[in-house]
Design a protein around this ligand. Structure first.
Ligand code: MN
Length: 131
């Protein structure tokens, strides 16, 4: 079974790029376009990992991370913030809100999967895979 990744992202181009890269690398992508939908789909699917944009409508990424981490079901599920390279303060705020780590925007298609897989539960750095 393909690992399910929940992507919470309101920007269509970023959503398209991230979905493309993850699908191509053997992951199943669940898409949420705002924070509130993200929480609903996270609870419904309990994904292997959540990629969380910080600037989101309805609820921002910090609120989403905070809300998810209150729920014991998400204790072991990595929540990775996608933060803007131009906004260094976002990283600290994301970690304070309970995120496991962060990946910087703009997404670099050449390095994204490598960076992403470091956060996947059970990822084996020597084998280079957890699939
Ligand atoms: Mn956004």
């Amino acid at each position: 079974m393909k690992p399910k990744i929940l992507v919470i992202e309101d920007n269509e181009q970023n959503m398209y790029l991230v979905t493309f890269l993850l699908s191509k690398n053997g992951y199943e992508v669940i898409q949420a376009h705002d924070g509130s939908q993200g929480i609903d789909l996270a609870k419904k699917h309990l994904p292997a990992l959540i990629l969380l944009d910080v600037q989101l409508p309805v609820m921002n990424g910090y609120q989403v991370a905070h809300e998810l981490k209150k729920d014991i079901s998400f204790k072991e599920i990595p929540v990775i913030a996608v933060t803007s390279h131009a906004m260094p303060g976002d990283r600290e705020k994301a970690m304070e809100a309970g995120c496991t780590g962060y990946i910087e925007k703009p997404i670099n298609p050449d390095t994204f999967i490598n960076d992403f897989q470091k956060y996947m539960p059970g990822f084996h750095p020597l084998k280079g895979t957890n699939l």
